[in-house]
Design a protein around this ligand. Sequence first.
Ligand code: TRP
Length: 334
Amino acid sequence: MSKPTSFSGVQPSGQPTLGNLIGVFQPFVAFQDSHQATFCIVDHHAITSRPNPEDLRTNTLGIFAYYLAMGLDPAKCTIFAQSHLPQHTELAWILNSFTQMGELERMTQYKDKSQRQSDNINVGLFDYPVLMAADILLHQVQHVPVGDDQLQHVELTRDIATRFNNLYGPTFTIPKAIIPQVGARVMDLQEPNRKMSKSRPGPGTILLTDAPASAAKKITRAVTDSLATIAYNPQEQPGLANLIDIFASLNNQTPQQVVQQFQGQQYGALKTATAEAVASKLEKLQTAYNSYINDKAELQNLLQKGAEKASATAEKTLQATKQKVGYVLPSSQK
Ligand code: TRP
C-alpha cells in the first residue's frame, strides 16, 4: 500500500526555538517515514510582515539548513521554496474568488496579527489563509501536519475545496489536519502558561542558536511549583508538565513514561536530565546546521531540485482548475 501524502509549510522568519524543534521539526522527520511528505518554505507568506530583504534571504536558507540538520532527507521527501513554484500564487488568485470576506475576517490569526502590526494591516495579511489553502490543495494531499494555531486555516482550506468541488466536480483532495501529540506546545520556561516564543527572548525561551550550556541553564532555572510531586498535570503544574513534555519528546517517550522514571525523585533530577538532553540535542543540531549553512550553493541546488520534484502535481492541479473555471488554456497545455 502506498503511504498517505502530506504537505506542510514553515515561515522563514526569525530564529527558531526549542518549541519549533519539538513541535514542528521533529514531527516532520517522523512524517518523512510515514508519509509521502512535502515541506515548503513559505517565503510569500513571510513578506506579509515586510521583513528586511537580507533577513528573508538568510532565513529562507537558514530554515532549510535546519530541516536538513534535523534529518529531513531530500531523497525521501520533497522540500522546496514556495516562490519557486508560480502555481502557488496563481491558484491562490483563483481561490480568492471562492473565499468570502466574512470567512477571512473571522480568522483569529489575522485578528491577532492586525493588532500586533497595527501600522501595517496589508491585503497580503488578510489573504494569507487563501494562499495557504492554495499551497495545500495544489499538491492534492491527505494530511497537513500543523500546530493547533493553524487548525482554523486548515478548516477554511477544507471549506474552500468543498465549495469548489461542489461547483465544478471533484478537483481537490479534501485535506485533514494532523496535530502532533507530545510537545505540540512547548511553553515559556518562566511563564509556563504562555507558549514559548521567539518574540519574547530571554530566560523563558531557548533559541536553537543558544550555546548548549546556556540553554541547559535556562532549563535548570525553569519555573515549577511547590507541590514537590512529580506528576503530569498541565493545568495545576504547568511548568513541570512542560519539562516532562520536553524530556519526553527529546527521548521519544510519553509523558507517563517520564513520570514513572522520575517518580518519587525531586524536581532537580528531572531538570538536570532535561537540561542534558536539550544541551546534547542543540550541540548535535548546531554542528550539522553549520556544515549545511556554509555551503549555500548546495542548499540552492537542493531547493531547485525540490521545486522540480513538486512541480508536476502542482501544474496538473492548476491546469485542471483553470479548465474547470473556464479559462482558455494555451494550446500547448490542452
Ligand atoms: N501558516 C503556516 C504557519 O504560520 C505556514 C503555512 C503556510 C502552512 N502554508 C502552509 C502550513 C500549508 C501548512 C500547510 O505556521
